[in-house]
Design a protein around this ligand. Sequence first.
Ligand code: 3PG
Ligand code: MG
Length: 371
Amino acid sequence: MSGRIPTLPDLGDVRGKRVLVRTDFNVPMDGGAITDDFRIRAALPTIQWLLERGASVVTASHLGRPKGTPEPKYSMEPVRVRLAELAPGVELLENLRFDPGEEANDPAFVARLVDGIDAYVDDAFGACHRAHASIVGPPKTLPSAMGLLLQREVEVLMSLRESPRHPFVAVLGGSKISDKLGVVEALMQVVDSLVVGGAMCFTFLAAKGYGIGDSLFEPDQVDTCRRLLADAASAGKAIYLPEDIVGVDARGAVATFGRSLPAGAKGFDIGPGSAAAFSDVIMDARTVFWNGPMGMFEDPRFEAGTRTVAQAMADTKAFTVVGGGDSAAALAQFRLDDEVDHVSTGGGASLELLELGDLPGLEALRKAPNA
Ligand code: 3PG
Ligand code: MG
């Protein structure tokens, strides 16, 4: 990353100005109700900063993935209600993705967004990896800045790339190694060890020749995993894989297996021995980055591995960072979200920033007229 990204004071005097704040209010919803308002609360410090200095604040976000046309189930109305409780008097535009111009980065849509606006603030870390109109468009013409949330996200995640305290451990889970290959390769450059759980561990276990029964895995990634294991070994870095697995046997009964699963069995969580071993690695680290659950934690039969890792994240003295998405949801489910140093509001964005060291949204801010 090169060049300075303007921060809020770089906007100058905002009194009486209309400031457009791009937020990531893409909150989880269930039947029209917000199930977690974390992303709304995370934007409040920036909104307050602007309000206290006499600005009027217009927020804008996407919600879900509507395809360029209004869909009632993606209406911002529930967010507007919650925002009005948390920050009265703040405007919120309708879902940006109701217009095809948002994802297409259409200059005409940008022009409509900035009409009557004096300055732009990007606080939508979770969407900064998208080169969409509301992210990259306004800084072309308006004095712009990153908000306080975006600033903190960038500081924390870039510090993992550039100056982590060692031992630095990355704990990875989730289902697909193919989704995370880029970030795994980037992390391998800076970490001392990698801990792998979640369904992606079966692709690694298959690469090592263990039986994985009928577990989910990616056959076309077995060679990649074999290469990652070999690269790690020659760089003197450890890749920790589960030594036991909890799942169901061929008749569907819950069972704990060793590292090799019998035919017909399916793994859904790391076993207790693996969870204890992974915890030890986390406890001995000085920096830990965690992305992706260890198993199917939504099902109480398969939550123990993820819960144990989450608890170790809370207990360790290491600097602990949790990538957004499912691992953040798991922490919240176990009520441990206040016990780690940083929970990122971005899933894909945090991985892309770790991988590439830059994001389209940051690049756009660096080229703003006031930068
Ligand atoms: C997210 O939830 O990761 C962000 O809001 C980005 O959403 P998107 O993946 O639909 O672009
Ligand atoms: Mg701690």
